[in-house]
Ligand binder design. Structure first.
Ligand code: AVJ
Ligand code: FE
Length: 459
């Protein structure tokens, strides 16, 4: 960007000030190895929690057997790190096709001649040993794949993304609890306004300097966003229950045509995993049956349900640009931050991430995660549906493969932002973009509302 543009539309973190770029080659290798090890520890937790029979079972037509995710994690690591970056011989060229997500739909994967649990575990171990060997020798600058260890960061994110998918499979599985974690912190902020006004004007969306950002987050580009109001917190279970109890699921006027057709066809009357008992809503959560906690963000709602709630509340969903401006824009400097709280990496004090807890935290639980404008819990807890279709930014170039993002661009997928309690820190940023079909509910998705300003508020 030219200096004149920067002055008008703000900048992002200086490339030289980026925490990863400031590291020595040795420290960057250690940081990268740690990210890969953290992902592998989590994959172990998710797959060791159940027996072998369970690992090869399909718990839902929407999901793969856990053993498929595990070997697919290894297969991608082999393709990118061992073969591509490392230039090494393939370990298992014979299984490439089985673990190519584009060759076989999730529903068909159990019928494939997959590696068994023991074979899959041995395979990912062998791949990892080779990948670490490649990491110890690869130059971490120069080529686009190796620059700042990009491909290694991409693979750590890929494993964490599948770990979140496996966590969603756990939520769908029947039976007693097998995953355990402490409760998240309670609300820790006092009275705050219900909505925050975001001033109109340009801000810098996306990134051109974030070393491990994926292709769809690039490049940074100025976007004009009109003044609007956004909810301080994600919509809670208590608020969403009010919509359901007021007959929101029975009244077509709150729904889009597509949403109403979907609601009717599947007879949807509440968020997935909820059940109405005599006088209260209950839910199943990783094998536990419990009262729906009012103060937590609602989770397991589709885009269509989110949109209907917003219409009922006389609001709307934010666009993706609005969400990102609320999260990153610092009105004091005009700069776009890496995270709502600043440019520093997420800690346990900033956000509910990384499966440290098996649920979203109450709204107000993360005072240190607040954005400069005063918006809370944009990162962590629940993915947030936006009203935007998934599309490439101006100047988008697919990298390193079209099948990560580009083949999903179009009106069929809606963008989700911010990550959930099941998203690892390596796989979320202020610029990170997730996407899914508007009917999906098994993901850890909720939402917050936005609205246009009234003429009086515009002044
Ligand atoms: C970005 C979460 C939509 O899981 O489908 C995993 C990530 N891409 N393997 C997905 C991904 C290839 C992707 N999402
Ligand atoms: Fe994948």
């Amino acid at each position: 960007m030219s200096t004149a543009d920067s002055a008008m539309t703000g900048t992002e973190v200086a490339a030289s000030a980026h925490p990863l770029r400031a590291l020595s080659a040795q420290d960057l290798r250690a940081h990268t190895a740690h990210a890969l090890e953290r992902a592998r520890k989590r994959s172990g937790t998710l797959t060791d929690a159940v027996d072998d029979a369970d690992l090869v079972t399909q718990h839902s037509k929407l999901m793969s057997p856990l053993v498929w995710d595990l070997a697919h994690i290894g297969s991608q690591e082999e393709l990118w790190l061992v073969r591509d970056v490392g230039g090494r011989q393939p370990l298992r060229p014979d299984i490439d096709d089985l673990y190519d997500a584009f060759q076989h739909a999730r529903a068909d994967r159990p019928a494939l001649p997959l590696l068994g649990p023991g074979e899959a575990r041995a395979y990912v171990r062998e791949v990892r040993a080779k990948a670490f060997d490649v990491l110890s020798q690869a130059p971490l600058e120069g080529g686009a794949l190796t620059d700042t260890a990009f491909a290694f960061g991409m693979i750590a994110q890929h494993e964490q993304q599948h770990d979140e998918t496996m966590l969603a499979t756990h939520q769908l599985r029947k039976g007693d609890p097998v995953l355990h974690a402490p409760s998240p912190p309670p609300r820790r902020v006092g009275a705050v306004p219900a909505e925050i006004v975001v001033p109109g004007g340009s801000f810098l969306m996306g990134t051109s300097v974030e070393p491990w950002a994926l292709d769809n987050e690039r490049p940074a580009h100025p976007v004009f966003v009109d003044a609007f109001a956004i909810d301080t917190f994600p919509v809670t279970n208590g608020q969403f229950a009010a919509f359901a109890d007021a007959g929101g699921y029975q009244q077509p006027r709150w729904w889009s045509e597509q949403g109403w057709a979907y609601r009717t066809e599947h007879d949807i009357t509440a968020p997935r995993f909820w059940r109405r008992e005599q006088d209260a809503w209950w839910r199943t959560r990783f094998g536990r049956y419990e009262r729906v906690p009012e103060a937590e963000p609602v989770v397991h709602v589709s885009f269509h349900e989110a949109r209907a709630y917003a219409a009922w509340a006389r609001k709307r969903l934010p666009t993706e640009a609005e969400w990102e401006k609320a999260a990153r824009y610092d009105p004091h400097t005009g700069r776009s931050l890496r995270y709502p709280w600043g440019d520093g990496e997420p800690t346990a004090e900033h956000a509910n991430l990384g499966q440290r807890h098996l649920r979203p935290a109450e709204v107000g639980a993360y005072p240190r995660g607040v954005s400069p404008l005063g918006v809370h819990q944009l990162i962590g807890d629940v993915w947030e549906w936006t009203s935007s279709d998934f599309a490439g930014y101006p100047g988008f170039t697919a990298f390193p493969y079209r099948e990560y993002s580009e083949v999903f661009f179009g009106p069929g997928h809606k963008v989700l932002r911010g990550g959930s309690f099941g998203t690892d820190a390596v796989a979320i940023r202020g610029t990170f973009r997730n996407w899914d079909y508007p009917v999906r509910r098994q993901i850890f998705a909720g939402f917050r509302c936005a609205r246009d300003l009234t003429p009086a508020e515009r002044g």
